[in-house]
Ligand binder design. Structure first.
Ligand SMILES: [Fe+2]
Length: 220
């Protein structure tokens, strides 16, 4: 399907199932380490100066999430060429953001900030949980037998298997997730800018000096 026409597309097996499972396990161990450290007060939210643990995630409260986890930043670079091919655009990497969603979580309907101009959400593992995109009259149905896409008045639901990636114009298409009925789901967002968009060059790495740095390195 055409990203240019529809403003979204799906990349099956953007990374291998093995790598997706590795990343999901890695992130869940990181969460476990964080939970234990917090429980026994080896670190406090105040001491969490590196910013790798997002203690104030405003979109999904009390769900473990991380801006610029180094492994996820490496995925951002790894998927760069796949993303350029899928979109037909020259892209600058912006930042990564991962979450380990839990039962009852919900992602409110929203659009993203400029650094998420060309966004992806990739399923790394856990229970299935569709992401919804805003309805558009002319949206096509993605190819591929394993993708479930159903047009409904309330939007388009996209189911992804581990390693699959939904690519969408995050600043243009509203997207959301309805209440999660499963137990656990690990997802990573990989964000890019179109090099031809005004101010894209000033926004490389989400305005951080280089990839991997926490978000307080962003220029204000
Ligand atoms: Fe978003």
């Amino acid at each position: 399907m055409s990203f240019k026409k529809n403003k979204y597309t799906i990349i099956k097996n953007a990374i291998s199932k093995d790598l997706a499972a590795f990343c999901a396990n890695y992130f869940l161990i990181k969460k476990q380490v964080y939970d234990t450290c917090m429980k026994y007060r080896y670190i406090s939210p105040f001491e969490n100066m590196l910013g790798f643990y997002e203690t104030k995630d405003e979109q999904v409260e009390n769900t473990f999430s991380a801006y610029s986890d180094i492994a996820m930043e490496t995925l951002l670079l790894k998927c760069h060429s796949v993303m350029e091919k899928a979109t037909g655009l020259k892209l600058n990497p912006s930042y990564s953001y991962a979450r380990a969603y839990k039962k009852g979580d919900e992602l409110k309907r929203h659009k993203d900030r400029f650094s998420c101009e060309i966004s992806t959400t990739m399923n790394l593992g856990g229970d299935k949980w569709p992401i919804h995109l805003s309805p558009k009259e002319n949206v096509g149905i993605p190819d591929g037998k394993k993708i479930t896409v159903k047009s409904k008045a309330k939007g388009i639901a996209v189911d992804l298997d581990p390693g699959d990636m939904l690519v969408y114009r995050g600043t243009e298409l509203e997207h959301w997730r309805e209440k999660f009925k499963g137990k656990e789901c690990v997802q990573v967002f990989l964000h890019y800018n179109n090099t031809k968009t005004p101010n894209a060059e000033k926004n490389i790495f989400d305005t951080r000096p280089h990839i991997g740095l926490p978000n307080w390195f962003r220029s204000k």
